[in-house]
Structures are given as C-alpha cells and as structure tokens.
Design a protein around this ligand. Structure first.
Ligand code: ADP
Ligand code: MG
Length: 258
C-alpha cells in the first residue's frame, strides 16, 4: 500500500539539545501508528516536524507522493524552498493538539467551516453541510451554535477533531489529545478517535493511553532519546516488548491504570 506520511532520518536540535537524532517512519494509507515514550523523548517534536511547525535540521518529509523541498539556510540548517508547497502539504494533514485550540470568538460551526471556506475556498453552503454532518458524527450537532467557552473539554476536543476532518486530510496527527481532559471526559474523545481508526483513516497518535493505543493501532513506536528504540505490532510493543526500556515504560504506565 502507498505511503500517506513518510519521514526519513529526521534530526532536530534546540541549541545543544539533540531532540530527534535520526527518526524514520512510514505510515501507509490506513495505518494507525501510536507513538509512545517518556516526557521529553521527542514525540511532539516529531509530530510537529511533519507539518513543519518545527523545521527539522535535516531529513526528508513526504505526504502522499509529494516530498517537501528544502534548501540550505544561510547560517546553517535548512528551510522550506517553497512556501506554497508547505501550505499545500499542511492542508493534507489534520492536527489535533492537547489543548483544544478552537477560536474563542467563533461558534463551533464557524470553527469547523473556517479553513474549508477561507483556505480551501470551498463554497460556504457545501462546507456548512459537511461541517454539520461532521458535528453530528462527533456527537455535537446540538452544540453547533455554541461558543467554545460554553463547552466541556471533551466537547471542545471533539469539535477540534471535526475541524481537522473538515479539511479532508490524508492523515490525522494527534498529540496527546486527551491529556488535558478530566478523566471522565477521556472516553468520549477516545471513542471518536477509535471510530476514525475503524473507518480506515491514517493516523499518528501520541498518547499515554496505553490500553487504547494497544487496541486501535496497527503499529506502535517507542521513542527514547530522540530515536526509535522499538517498534512493531501493538501486541509486541505493549504486551511483549523486546527492549528493556520499552518494557519498563509500558509496565510503569499500565500499572498506573492508564
Ligand atoms: P515529548 O513530546 O516527548 O514530551 P518534546 O518533543 O516536546 O517531547 O520535547 C523534547 C525535548 O525538546 C524536551 O527536552 C523539550 O524541552 C525540548 N523542546 C521542545 N520544543 C522546544 C523548543 N521550541 N525550544 C527549546 N526546546 C524545546
Ligand atoms: Mg509532547
């Protein structure tokens, strides 16, 4: 099957701190890859490099069959060669962060149609109809005219997922989508993500929800110190890790009841 998201030998430092030290991964269409690892292991940086929210020092990024063109930057490192290409490739990705990042001055529906109408230039009526279907799907049809401040964290995160889907992305990237939620709201968000996995969406999910990750992913990646320390089918990585570090990490998290 063809690649949806591919990164090759990604490296990224902040000052003298080497955060990614050569990470490669290839998410095929329909794959759900969970990315686990201790705090500071580089999970968010890896995810943020894909839509170029962080510019890697070296390495290659491809979305579908399009490879991002980079050029050397004066003073070292590299930069995107073509801003239009960055925007085009970015619009192929849906991003859901830990904090919900909805626009506070817009209703839920306005949040969802904003990018389809203003970035993708789709007709407002079409974008609205699609947004309403997506809100229905995430269980928020009755909240479409509410402002984010009047929603629970779980509802806001479900709205953020609908907003990401509205761009019709090739792949969805989740960075700890439930970490900021009260425990009783985690399940409703995981259920939506699970339903996306079941319909064959390509997803990269950074999460500490080990049970969930073990269930929904087709592959799991354990990052340690900016490198992939272990990867494999979830049955291996979560239940029978091959490396000591991965075993310790997984055991510690399972024991916490996560
Ligand atoms: P994780 O998501 O696995 O917890 P991160 O990718 O967020 O890890 O961070 C990895 C390391 O990089 C951490 O030590 C963090 O402090 C550092 N870091 C992340 N982003 C920046 C930044 N913009 N500037 C400086 N240091 C950063
Ligand atoms: Mg992080």
């Amino acid at each position: 099957m063809s690649s949806a998201v591919r990164v090759t030998d990604l490296r990224k430092s902040f000052g003298t701190l080497q955060v990614l030290r050569g990470v490669s991964l290839d998410a095929r269409m329909g794959e759900v890859i969970s990315i686990i690892g201790a705090s500071g292991s580089g999970k968010s940086t890896l995810l943020r490099c894909i839509p170029l929210l962080e510019v890697p020092d070296s390495g290659e990024i491809a979305i579908g069959d399009e490879t991002l063109r980079m050029r050397p930057r004066r003073g070292g490192g590299q930069e995107p060669a073509d801003r239009h290409q960055v925007n085009r490739m970015r619009s192929e990705l849906g991003f859901v962060f830990q904090s919900f990042n909805l626009w506070a001055h817009m209703t839920v529906l306005q949040n969802v149609i904003e990018a389809p109408v203003h970035v993708q230039k789709r007709p407002r009526a079409e974008a609205t109809a699609e947004a309403e279907a997506l809100l229905e799907r995430v269980g928020l049809a009755d909240k479409r005219h509410s402002y984010p401040a009047h929603l629970s964290g779980g509802q806001q995160q479900r709205a953020a997922i609908a907003r990401a889907l509205a761009m019709r992305p090739q792949a969805l990237l989740f960075d700890e989508p439930t970490s900021a939620l009260d425990p009783e709201l985690v399940g409703e968000v995981l259920r939506v993500i699970r339903s996306l996995a079941e319909e064959g969406r390509t997803m990269l999910i950074v999460t500490h929800e080990m049970g969930f990750a073990a269930d929904v992913s087709t592959r799991a990646i354990f990052l340690h110190g900016g490198l992939i320390e272990e990867q494999g089918p979830p049955a291996q990585v979560f239940r029978d890790p091959q490396t000591d570090r991965c075993r310790q990490f997984v055991t510690r998290h399972l024991n916490r009841g996560q």
